[in-house]
Design a protein around this ligand. Structure first.
Ligand code: HEM
Length: 409
């Protein structure tokens, strides 16, 4: 069977399966049909299967068996000592896991060292924007992605969001680090560990009554389509905002930034045939997979409130005002997503940020002189810095570990 007709069959089968079983509309499946062509991917070709019906088979079975045979505590203890890209895997890992991880830690053949270096320098020079976009912006988008919000809410980490955000930021900061993919960097380690965590979640969440009740008929979480959705809430969204903010950028920097996230997608287990090869392909895919699924959920609203509350309380000794944090979050994701997240309106700060932020960016980019920056802009700048510092520090005391249970209760 050729790729096209197989894809049509899968689409038809998928649509029948879902609509047949449920009959009613729910946000969890308000996505459009998969028509994105594998010719736009880094692989350049592929079967064109709808990624909503593809997971990460090899590692899913393996981690399921690691959990079932009670190996998780031993494995987590060993993995704590594995922290650098160039470090050999610790002795004592179960042989099947070790074999998988040796393969999974290899960069794809298409990884380009020069592009990764350009990306590392770009990430460093634009660190403030990127950390803010990937941290607060990506976080606020993720709570408006129903499947992600619910997976996070009902999994173990959902009960301790502070720890969960700190852990997630370990990967974000590793990608943004100057050493990211260098031998002394950490992305390979954090991405492979995350791949294992996602496999564990696929094994565990189907046993959660809360998740099963709200999954909109999905039987196994974190499909390749879900991975793509979240991926777009990171680099695709961040690049769009950088362009909106008129941050000057060389084409090599933009290409490098895409590349570091393409490689990271691969390391997280996204198949090459789904990883967009260009920004145009990424934007087209994002329109197809991310835009239609964004929606309000009870879990997303609750998680948003916890996240913004933490940010307001803990990022500075005096505490950043919650209204400022609310307005900053709204500015980053826009009114529609902010409303779905249940972020309260803050007229004073919303106006202040709308006026001050473009000036702050222009000043940083040496496009305007200091006197044109309104003083309030520095309060906003400080809030952004404190946020980043808080999670950088917080991240030091934590590590990514394979869960054995769902959220208790
Ligand atoms: C765990 C990143 C996609 C749900 C993690 C962790 C990281 C991460 C770094 C480890 C932190 C921790 O253990 O808490 C990413 C990235 C993604 C992605 C970069 C895509 C590019 C998804 C998707 C879902 C999801 C699509 C669900 C639909 C989860 C859950 C956990 C997790 C439930 C474990 C929480 C726990 O039990 O503690 N992810 N993730 N992730 N992720 Fe993802």
């Amino acid at each position: 069977m050729d790729g096209l007709s197989r894809r049509k069959m899968v689409i038809a089968g998928g649509a029948l399966g879902v609509f047949g079983a449920l009959g009613v509309a729910s946000p969890a499946r308000a996505r459009s049909l998969w028509t994105w062509e594998p010719s736009g991917s880094v692989a350049g070709k592929g079967a064109g299967l709808d990624p909503d019906w593809v997971w990460d088979e090899e590692v899913d079975q393996l981690v399921g068996s690691v959990i079932d045979r009670g190996d998780v505590p031993r494995v987590n203890e060993l993995l704590r000592t594995w922290t650098r890209n160039d470090q050999p895997l610790p002795d004592g890992l179960p042989a099947d896991l070790r074999e998988f991880m040796e393969k999974a830690r290899q960069l794809p053949s298409w990884a380009d060292r020069d592009k990764l270096e350009t990306a590392a320098k770009f990430n460093e020079s634009r660190g403030l924007y990127l950390n803010l976009l990937n941290g607060v912006g990506g976080g606020m988008l993720s709570t408006a992605i129903p499947r992600e919000a619910r997976a996070v809410y009902y999994s173990k980490g959902g009960a301790d969001m502070e720890d969960r955000v700190a852990k997630t930021s370990l990967l974000g900061f590793a990608v943004g680090d100057l050493n990211a993919y260098r031998p002394d960097g950490k992305v390979v380690v954090e991405a492979v560990k995350t791949r294992l965590v996602h496999a564990a979640v696929r094994h565990l969440l189907p046993k959660s009554p809360g998740w099963s009740r709200t999954s909109g008929g999905q039987k196994i979480p974190i499909s390749q389509a879900d991975m793509l959705v979240t991926w777009h809430s990171l680099p695709t969204y961040a690049m769009r905002k950088l362009l909106d903010w008129k941050v000057p950028m060389k084409s090599a920097e933009s290409a490098g930034y895409l590349h570091v996230w393409q490689v990271t997608a691969h390391m997280l287990g996204i198949r090459d045939e789904y990883i967009p090869a260009s920004w145009d392909a990424a934007n087209a895919q994002s329109k197809q997979v991310l835009d239609p699924v964004l929606a309000r959920t009870r879990e997303g609203v609750e998680l948003t409130d916890i996240l913004l509350g933490q940010l307001a309380e803990q990022t500075s000794p005096g505490g950043i005002d919650r209204p400022l944090v609310n307005a900053l979050a709204r500015y980053l994701v826009g009114d529609q997503v902010a409303d779905w997240d249940g972020i309260p309106r803050e007229p004073f700060w919303e106006k202040a940020i709308e006026t001050a932020w473009p000036k702050l960016v222009a000043f940083r980019e040496k496009l305007i002189p200091l006197p044109l920056v309104p003083p309030l802009a520095w309060t906003i700048d400080e809030a952004a810095r404190q946020y980043i510092l808080f999670y950088l520090t917080k991240g030091r005391g934590t590590r990514i570990e394979i869960p054995e249970t769902n959220r208790p209760g």
